[in-house]
Design a protein around this ligand. Structure first.
Ligand code: SF4
Length: 535
């Protein structure tokens, strides 16, 4: 069922006038006849509205830094931030040396009242000493939480001194939770830190292999990046670094040698993608390994970029083999899913990525949106010059890089680059809106009130979002699929991932429990009969 502007007006009509004016700008009914429709995004959340958003610390440590396995990540703050982000994102990792995989640990300065009063720098320095002694990691990151900025702890100085003392990279990230308006600020802060202090630190001058690529913005949730790795490896690519799922400090140091950067999650990593292009001359390609069509298209675009006949042939061989293998597996699930509808509200990239996969199963997305995306993720990168920084974005520093005098190299000739830009999304992302059907709803920073109202109006067959809103649709008798943690399943990327996803989604439709949501006495009379008059 499509939503008409009157229904939308009714939903917004419940808000006070000021809130209504604000929320109206964050909701669109897709109408392709109107071309690029502007949406407001990446602005401050309305207090008390029950947003799904998190903070800059979550975006920095939780998303971008946390998956680096050979690094100990120190959370500088009271214990809550470290505890609640401890092993809750399913960024998996395997290390050749198990002693160099620290992802299972939760390391925090656990600030107390006296530290807030007298400062926590000494405690942080002592913790770094302990971490080096116990774990001997390849590097250490320090992530600031809310009080750290307020009490004025100079974590950059502590990190610098500790680095000199211990001789390993110790990098501080000022990602206090109140910076910016969402996780997005933390991504930017993490990108800046990794670019400034890690990438390029390695000694490699040349790529180890002809087809060396980096995968950017892939966090190996439920094993996604391993599946992507498998496919790329079979075609003949060499993956230098993954940022950052199953990634390591050691690999990241040499990320500058890759000949192409693949960008999966545009929102969280586009800063590094841009900076790598400016500093080392490495173009980036927007890829999507979620969904069969999108995976095949991404692989073909990669082959076209390298322009090698043998590579193109091998790409087609792998695609043909994989399709022949998975198509029969998908068939029964497609039958169950056909004709259904979905909500697809996820962080900053999956709201777009999963729509293709849903479509391949016969499921139409009727509402999609993002918690913390920016306008370019909705409308495409063409809008970048139009986006004006506001007070909240101005306090996230932009890192300006210059071409590296020694290492800057054009990976492909300029003319070829221009020619390819007309064929493949090279250093470009078109955004989510362009792929949405007319009449579908696009919502930025969806809140709990709107979630319930849109569910009531649109009655989707499946609701895909996160843990905080998972059980709202359940109580309304609608299945849900978490697209942050995959409900502890996965991988969902690549060819094998598509089968796993189809199985999980189909299963959620046929669970017998849905038949018992409405008690029998609400569905019809329990007893039927006639009262006969006594004779
Ligand atoms: S908002 Fe502040 S206190 Fe809350 S998790 Fe983020 S850093 Fe920690």
């Amino acid at each position: 069922m499509a939503l008409n502007p009157k229904d939308l007006e009714e939903i917004l009509g419940q808000y006070p006038a000021k809130v209504k004016r604000n929320r109206k700008k964050h909701i669109l009914i897709r109408d392709s006849a109107r071309g690029r429709q502007e949406i407001e995004a990446n602005t401050r959340t309305i207090p008390g509205i029950i947003t799904n958003r998190g903070c800059a610390f979550a975006g920095c440590k939780g998303v971008v830094l946390g998956p680096l396995k050979d690094v100990v990540h120190i959370v500088h703050g009271p214990i809550g931030c470290a505890y609640y982000s401890w092993l809750t994102r399913r960024n998996k990792a395997k290390a050749a040396d198990p002693k160099k995989n620290f992802l299972a640990y939760c390391v925090s300065t656990d600030l107390q009242e006296s530290d807030i009063v007298f400062g926590g720098e000494k405690k942080l320095a002592r913790l770094i000493d302990e971490v080096v002694e116990i774990f001997q990691p390849n590097a250490i990151t320090i992530s600031a939480t809310c009080p750290v900025g307020l009490i004025g702890d100079d974590i950059q100085m502590v990190a610098k001194k500790a680095q000199e003392k211990h001789g390993i990279s110790i990098i501080a990230f000022s990602c206090e939770g109140y910076r910016g308006v969402s996780q997005s600020a933390g991504h930017h802060i993490a990108n800046n830190g990794l670019m400034e202090h890690v990438i390029g630190l390695g000694d490699r001058e040349e790529p180890p292999h002809e087809y060396t690529v980096n995968i950017l913005g892939e966090y190996n949730i439920g094993g996604d990046s391993w599946e992507v790795h498998r496919i790329l490896h079979e075609i003949g690519y060499h993956v230098q670094a993954v940022m950052t799922g199953d990634g390591s400090f050691v690999d990241l140091k040499d990320a500058h040698v890759a000949r192409l950067n693949l960008v999966q999650c545009h929102r969280s990593i586009n800063y590094i993608a841009d900076m790598l292009e400016k500093k080392y001359g490495t173009p980036w390609l927007k890829v999507n390994f979620i969904g069969i069509r999108a995976t095949c298209e991404s692989l073909r675009h990669m082959a076209l970029y390298f322009g090698d006949e043998k590579l193109m042939r091998r790409t087609e061989q792998v695609i043909a083999r994989e399709l022949a293998r998975i198509e029969p597996l998908l068939e029964p699930y497609r039958k169950i899913c056909q004709g259904k509808t979905a909500f697809c509200f996820v962080g900053g990239s999956r709201g777009h990525h999963y729509q293709g996969l849903y479509e391949e199963l016969g499921i139409k997305t009727v509402l999609a949106g993002y918690e913390f995306a920016h306008r370019d993720d909705y409308e495409g990168r063409d809008v970048l010059p139009e986006i004006k920084p506001d007070a909240d974005s101005k306090n996230i520093p932009d890192l300006h890089v210059l071409p590296d005098e020694r290492r800057y190299r054009l990976k492909i000739p300029r003319e070829r680059m221009e020619e390819l830009k007309g064929k493949i999304p090279l250093s470009y992302y078109k955004g989510m809106n362009a792929d949405m059907a007319d009449g579908s709803i696009i919502v930025d920073d969806l809140n709990h009130y709107e979630t319930e109202e849109f569910i009531r109006l649109l009655r989707p067959d499946i609701f895909s979002s996160g843990i905080k809103d998972k059980y709202i649709p359940h109580k309304m008798g609608i299945p849900s699929k978490q697209l942050h943690n995959y409900d502890y399943s996965g991988p969902y990327a690549g060819f094998n991932g598509a089968v796993n996803f189809a199985r999980d989604v189909a299963m959620s439709f046929v669970i017998p429990a849905w038949n018992y949501v409405v008690p029998p006495w609400r569905q019809g009379p329990l007893l039927e009969g006639v009262v006969e008059e006594a004779k």
